[in-house]
Design a protein around this ligand. Sequence first.
Ligand SMILES: NC(=O)c1ccc[n+]([C@@H]2O[C@H](COP(=O)([O-])OP(=O)(O)OC[C@H]3O[C@@H](n4cnc5c(N)ncnc54)[C@H](O)[C@@H]3O)[C@@H](O)[C@H]2O)c1
Ligand SMILES: [Zn+2]
Length: 385
Amino acid sequence: MPAYQIRIPSCVYAGEGSVGKLKEIIQKEAAKSVLVFTDKGIVATGLLKLVTDELEELGVRYTVFDDLKAEPAYTDVERVLEDVKKAEGDFIVAMGGGSVMDAAKLVSLLKGAPYTVRDLLKDPSIAQKYLKSVMIPTTCGTGAEATCNAIVAIPEEETKKGIVNNAMIPDYVILDARTIAKLPPHIVAATGVDALAHVVECYTSKKATPLSDTYALAGAKLIFANIRRAYENPDDMEAKSAMLLGAFYGGIAITGSGTTAVHALSYPLGGKYHIAHGVSNAILFAHVMEYNLEACRVQLAGLCDAIAPELYGAGEDEKARYVIDQIADIVKTTQIPTDLSGFGVRMEDLDFLVTAGSQQTRLLVNNRRELSLDDIRAIYLKVLK
Ligand SMILES: NC(=O)c1ccc[n+]([C@@H]2O[C@H](COP(=O)([O-])OP(=O)(O)OC[C@H]3O[C@@H](n4cnc5c(N)ncnc54)[C@H](O)[C@@H]3O)[C@@H](O)[C@H]2O)c1
Ligand SMILES: [Zn+2]
């Protein structure tokens, strides 16, 4: 096996009430003025007050940027950056889902930099960190608080693209389940299945290593056991805390391994039809794993040993099928759509999807079973009704 590594944010605070650590972080970093990133949906919940109360108690200056679109395009990041340039700031606090965190992570590389976001799209290796950051996730999903990626839509290509550089890994993370206590169940479902896709794809990826496997398995145990509980009982804070932690582990697994064909084929669905990231992954998830079964039987059986030890004596095939059935059952139980009807995707769009999906080579190379154009077409056909 070649040499391998994993990156983890250097300081992680977890547990209810841990937003209270913000003062300690700002003092340690001797920050004089803070750039706070969030979105209007989060402001409407009152959650941002958890952050601003801490900053006010500390007496530090801050500017809030809440005009961030869900699933931002790189042009939205450019627009935010114009506003950011007018503000003072030597530290970043981001409170939100993957959309907010990805935009904030890009700002941490772009404020004061000689290059632009378009330059990073062409060559992400030029990135450097200009501002340190703390991420406070408010969905139980993307793991963006841990990853070295920011995903942006490319409107002119009607797809999405990941900008990847280890400089993007946040410095601090706060996992405080109060931030997802009132998360609407349909967002718990979609973002939770996204997190599930991260751990399953990372574990079955060609790039998996013993380090990424450790986080992927730990995340899988937490998410398989708690996603239905968190969706069905919004007050079940034990399940919500487990989901927040599982999603974070998924993010760490991504830095050491990588997602595969589920995410690859999902990007055109987000980029062109604006289907929420977790929903487009959920629609494809079981079908891609079914396709992958012959190449990933051992890995899927390994996942089964972690999540259903009572099946220990069963054969590999039965175990692998159990995991795929669980994935399909979770998508059904959490009432996420299982096909593309209802999203305006038509049979005439199939050629576009096949071409755009096949161009996501960054992730397709991680898939243990190769996909020809016909294989990709067959998978999309299963979800086009
Ligand atoms: N960087 C990465 O590693 C990575 C990984 C996976 C996905 N992503 C990207 O992340 C984005 C998706 O992020 P997401 O799934 O977390 O959703 P999101 O950030 O787009 O948020 C979805 C909606 O939920 C609302 N919301 C968020 N938290 C809430 C709360 N606590 N209560 C009520 N409403 C709340 C937001 O206002 C928004 O309207 C996509 O662009 C995706 O491509 C990034
Ligand atoms: Zn994802």
